[in-house]
Design a protein around this ligand. Sequence first.
Ligand code: OAD
Length: 237
Amino acid sequence: MQSSVDAAREAVRQARSIVVLTGAGVSAESGIPTFRSNGGYWQTQRFQDLATPEGFARDPKLVWTWYEERRRGVAAANPNAGHYALVELEKRAGRFALITQNVDGLHERAGSKNVIRLHGSIWVVRCLTCGVEQMNYEELNDLPPSCECGGMLRPGVVWFGEQLPDGAIERAVDEVKLADIVIVAGTSARVYPAASLIPLAAQSARVIEINPEATDYSEDVTWSLRGTSANILPRLL
Ligand code: OAD
């Protein structure tokens, strides 16, 4: 393992263009639950109820109660050593992009600049009537919340069955194609199109996977480093 970390670190040092793809595991050490690993949301709850447009149409209050609970959890959490290592990596790299499936905003709070958010943000709300989108960090007590126009607000995240934000996956694909190193950290690689970036990366870049558990792509990457992101990402610097 140590020799793999050393080899990966040397490759990172020599890279001209670095792309990072992150998932919920990167925020686990900030105390934020993942979706599919131990204690993950989808182990005890149905994504159909909480993270689909149909679930929201059936019971917006239930969905909002879950999102508001998550918003308060994230507000009380702090970025961890993994988030900060990626900020440092961006400063050192010639070209750098951070593609994230996370909606918590912890990469931005840590100081990452070039972030492509594939699944939106838990801090954005969007009106179902007038379509206006805005940042909202307030505690929302009266759920579901309303827009000034009177319409109902929804969380500005991507749900199952929905399109990704305009241009997000295209930008991500372009960045991956330009990269010589792609770091994939804290994702189960089960949700598409995000996961499709990993085999794409393996075609032209060296790929470093960081995850305590194996994924479907662990065999296809250059270095599969078994460990947590807060432990391993700083060691790649
Ligand atoms: P998952 O919960 O599917 O996967 C989290 C991954 O992180 C697992 O492979 C864990 O082994 C790994 N992990 C756990 N702790 C870790 C740590 N400390 N360091 C590094 N890795 C760790 O989360 P995602 O892959 O992000 O989408 O899930 C993708 C999407 O599915 C999410 O964006 C969300 C979810 O449903 C929507 O809500 C649309």
